[in-house]
Design a protein around this ligand. Structure first.
Ligand code: ZN
Length: 94
C-alpha cells in the first residue's frame, strides 16, 4: 500500500465536514495567526483537530499526527502533502 496523499478541501466549514474521507482535511485559523488542519485520520478516518500547525509552503504538518481513536494508534507525518506512517516495527528491530 502506497502512502496516502493529502486532499485539502477548501471553502468548507469544519462543522460540515465530519463526513470527510481518510486523508482529507480542511483548514482552520488558529488564534495565534497560523493555520491548522481539521483532518480525517489516514488509517481509520476519524476526524479530529489538534494543536498541529499547517505549513502551506511545504505542505507539511507539525508535530506528527497521532490518532486517538480506539484501536487505531496511527502515528505518522504529513510532509509534502503525503502521509508517512512511522514504522511500527522500528523498536523491535536490531
Ligand atoms: Zn485513526
Amino acid at each position: 500500500m502506497g502512502n496516502l496523499k493529502l486532499k485539502l478541501l477548501e471553502g468548507e466549514s469544519i462543522i460540515d465536514r465530519w463526513d470527510m474521507k481518510k486523508g482529507e482535511a480542511t483548514l482552520y485559523n488558529r488564534s495565534d495567526g497560523t493555520q491548522g488542519l481539521c483532518i480525517a485520520c489516514p488509517q481509520c478516518g476519524q476526524v479530529a483537530t489538534g494543536s498541529h500547525i499547517w505549513h502551506p509552503e511545504t505542505q507539511s504538518l507539525t508535530p506528527s499526527l497521532v490518532c486517538g481513536a480506539d484501536g487505531c494508534n496511527y502515528h505518522g507525518f504529513l510532509t509534502n502533502g503525503v502521509f508517512t506512517e512511522v514504522n511500527k516495527g522500528m523498536a523491535s528491530e536490531h
